[in-house]
Design a protein around this ligand. Sequence first.
Ligand code: SF4
Length: 542
Amino acid sequence: MTSLSATIQNVFNEPNCAKNANKSEAARKKGCTKQLQPGGAAGGCAFDGAKIALQPFTDVAHLVHGPIACEGNSWDNRGSASSGSDLWRRSFTTDMHEIDVVFGGEKRLYKAIKEIIAKYDPAAIFVYQTCVPAMIGDDINAVCKIASAKFGKSVIPVNSPGFVGSKNLGSKLAGEALLEYVIGTQEPDCTTPYDINLIGEFNLSGELWQIKPLLDEIGIRILSCISGDGKYREIASSHRARAAMMVCSKAMINVASKMRERYGIPFFEGSFYGIQDTSDALRKIARMLIERGAPPQLMERTEAAVAREEAKAWAAIERFKPRFAGKKVLLITGGVKSWSVVAALQEAGLEIVGTSVKKSTSEDKERIQKLVGHDAHMIEDLTPREIYKMLKGAKADIMLSGGKSQFVALKAATPWLDINQERCHAYMGYVGIVKLMEEVDKALYNPIWDQLRRPAPWDEAEINWQAKALAQVDVSAAGGTPTLLGAARAPYAKRTRSRKTVELSIIEECIPTHGSTTVGAMPQDTHASVPAQPMSALQAAE
Ligand code: SF4
């Protein structure tokens, strides 16, 4: 068992990540992302990252050891879907209080584990460490070990307290927990030459189910998915897979590379977003399996499925092309989505005016350059104010981003579509790309945007009223007959009496209300002093 700091240093040394491999020894020790300032854990702490990475395992209990707020912060913040157990969505926490800070929270943790096993009998329990118990020195590794031995149940410590770093680091620490305590601890019922692992696929809104039927048809079996719709037994026996795909995310690259080291499972990084990328990924999986002993007919089946599905998908998105002609997209998302979604959008004829690359690696950036060309507008960091300016200046017709920046787009009255983890639609595979285009189309052509961009009715009335009133004055000054305006007069009568200075428009409203026959009688009728300029203009017209 390694200490937390040793595990973190181990995670920072990732030879399979090009960005990491090019760093000096000293830079590598500092990790990948800027350390957060105290209190500035916006965007997720390390605990949050670990919870996000593992919560989609459906048949295990996720127990958060710490004050209740940590669980409140992280519960259900990813829209994964399950085909079976819903235990993963149940919220378990030790709910530490001041007294536990004084006397320690280990006993409380042990009791919570015992209670969960008695009431729910889960396949396993994942115990998440948070800042407070880590700072007071609660040894969750020891408690989990004792509880495992006592209850004969896998109790896995996930040692990733929030203060150690970013969400991304937390996901990697979650991967380390899987490698140390779960993967390789059980054997699958049977193995085939067609078994693969999907790593970093979270089954958001059921996306995995857009790809699984296709893999089933080709004859490829998902031995385990880490972690979308994952079952504990599948992960424990995932070391028997023949190949692995790291799905659009380097968050768990340590799992993929250590499984290659330990069990000889080759992996590649691919994407199921977009027609071309989906086809490439399917071909790569088939090629890898054939290299590891699967019959070559696998490639024929793959090519047949790819040809059929591609034709269907192209035909389905064809209808959007005229509607998307000349439409520009601003993409504010993280990491690999900066290129995988770019490819998908371009396939439907949308123009990318900018894509954020803040969390992207140099490989991701190279891919974007290839896709968008040398004019690629790669945005390192864009403040909400800059995004607003871009949208308000009509530099983009729609923004695709996570929920955090949606209000910037809404304030700029610009269509917006959620493509991050909280999204409600599944965009993966050939079916998913068509769904994505449907949603972009709905957002772009929603009639609400026209209404939002129009001046508010009260602003419009104000402008019209003033403009009409001024026009009347002009007519009067030119010797014409002034016409009194306005239908809704009653509310103004009260205002007129209580004011010392009166706007021209109010005076005009009040003349019929008080039965005044001359403008000169107005001050007497309304008890108001009237500014000299408008009065003289009207008096001139009398
Ligand atoms: S683990 Fe720490 S940083 Fe994360 S939510 Fe809990 S207290 Fe906050």
